[in-house]
Design a protein around this ligand. Structure first.
Ligand code: HEC
Length: 112
């Protein structure tokens, strides 16, 4: 019995120096380059779309899986067709200058 009490400080010491488990940080969206991310933030797309999590809108990878052309994406963002996404609320038409939208669309096309 005495031996157990003698070991106790050692056990406590070991416990104290065991590194705490790493805090679980949500996985950063892995596939979004900084310049595209800045545009997605600027135009509020990030409020409803993520590369990894289903939010209000579909994840970017699911959109990319539809294999749209750049032109078609630009068209759909300006004039959404909710019928393409059963089970989702309709996306409101997004006003994004063509140049920036082209960057976003090119990234989406290259995503998958
Ligand atoms: C308020 C929420 C919301 C915001 C903000 C938003 N989206 Fe969406 N998006 C959706 C939803 C919901 C859908 C699926 C339904 C639909 O297409 O109408 C969608 C669908 C899409 C699609 C697929 C279209 C299709 O027909 O397959 C693209 C591309 C897209 N969004 C791009 C964007 C971009 C780029 C931005 C930022 C400029 C943006 N979205 C901002 C909610 C949003």
């Amino acid at each position: 019995m005495k031996k157990i009490f003698a070991l106790l400080p050692i056990v406590l010491l070991l416990a104290a120096f065991t590194p705490a488990p790493k805090p679980v940080t949500p996985a950063a969206d892995p596939v979004i380059p900084a310049d595209v991310q800045a545009l997605l933030d600027k135009y509020g797309c990030t409020a409803c779309h993520s590369a990894t999590r289903k939010l209000v809108g579909p994840v970017w990878t699911a959109v990319a899986a539809k294999k749209y052309s750049v032109k078609r994406i630009i068209q759909l963002v300006g004039k959404p067709e909710p019928a393409n996404w059963p089970g989702y609320p309709p996306m409101v038409a997004q006003k994004v200058p063509k140049e920036d939208l082209t960057k976003i669309a090119k990234w989406l096309v290259a995503l998958n």
